[in-house]
Design a protein around this ligand. Structure first.
Ligand code: NI
Length: 248
């Protein structure tokens, strides 16, 4: 069940028996010569939808722009400052909490968002702990990355080994190819991209990683691998989500 495809009456009915919601969050940024700019939003969105179907938990619209200042040297990349994303996360949580949602399962698709979402969650939990806003039941948020799954890691290792890389990875490109087979862009890549050596700003990124990839060879991606990766992620995250929702 997706929030954006529901009516307000359906959401009101949902809240009579449940109070959890999956919050996909991603990024809009370059993913190398063949990778879609929406990759980091598409991956958590497709996993979140499947996770919602398997568990019956409502899925919020994807927050599709994240902390990606280091990608701004490449056309089409967009970025929120960390402080902006923290405000966006807080306002979304507070809006939904007004209606009775109190368990927020953030499902992230971008490494650059992790620190900021954790900080936003710590701010929200601080408000609860410090009693700066009245709550009937404690409001809780948690963050999982779609790739943080033993199943996903094992498939990535089996299929790609060291060619997986750190950005525009074979796995994330495979998931987008599975999700959007009509938008597969095959590019002949001469080899693995330069290995991770740190990042400062966007000019520094482009100098270190000229075509946008870090350490990856995504021409090895396949839609079938994407299907397997989504299945594995949903399987592992379903357990995590149910444990979070069942916590006392
Ligand atoms: Ni990515």
């Amino acid at each position: 069940m997706q929030l954006s495809l529901s009516t307000w009456q359906e959401v009101e009915h949902y809240l009579e028996s449940r109070s959890g919601i999956i919050m996909p969050v991603g990024s809009t940024e370059q993913h190398g010569p063949g990778g879609l700019i929406g990759t980091d939003a598409i991956c958590p969105e497709i996993v979140a939808r499947r996770l919602g179907e398997e568990t019956g938990v409502l899925v919020a619209p994807t927050l599709g722009i994240g902390v990606a200042q280091h990608h701004l040297g490449f056309s089409g990349s967009m970025c929120l400052r960390p402080s902006t994303l923290m405000s966006v996360v807080r306002d979304c949580v507070v809006s939904l909490a007004r209606h009775g949602f109190d368990r927020f399962f953030f499902l992230n698709g971008h490494g650059g968002n992790i620190a900021t979402i954790h900080a936003a969650i710590a701010e929200i939990h601080s408000e609860v702990s410090m009693r700066t806003r009245p709550v009937e039941r404690s409001l809780r948020c948690t963050l999982s990355n779609w790739w943080d799954s033993a199943g996903v890691r094992s498939i990535s290792k089996e299929l790609y080994g060291a060619d997986e890389g750190e950005h525009a990875t074979c796995s994330e490109v495979s998931v987008t190819w599975f999700a959007f087979p009509d938008h597969i862009k095959k590019v002949n890549l001469s080899g693995r991209a330069p290995a991770w050596s740190g990042i400062h700003d966007s000019d520094d990124y482009r100098r270190r990683y000229p075509d946008g990839r870090i350490g990856s060879l995504p021409s090895l991606s396949t839609p079938d691998a994407g299907r397997r990766l989504v299945d594995a992620s949903v399987k592992d995250l379903a357990g995590k989500l149910n444990r979070f929702l069942d916590e006392p």
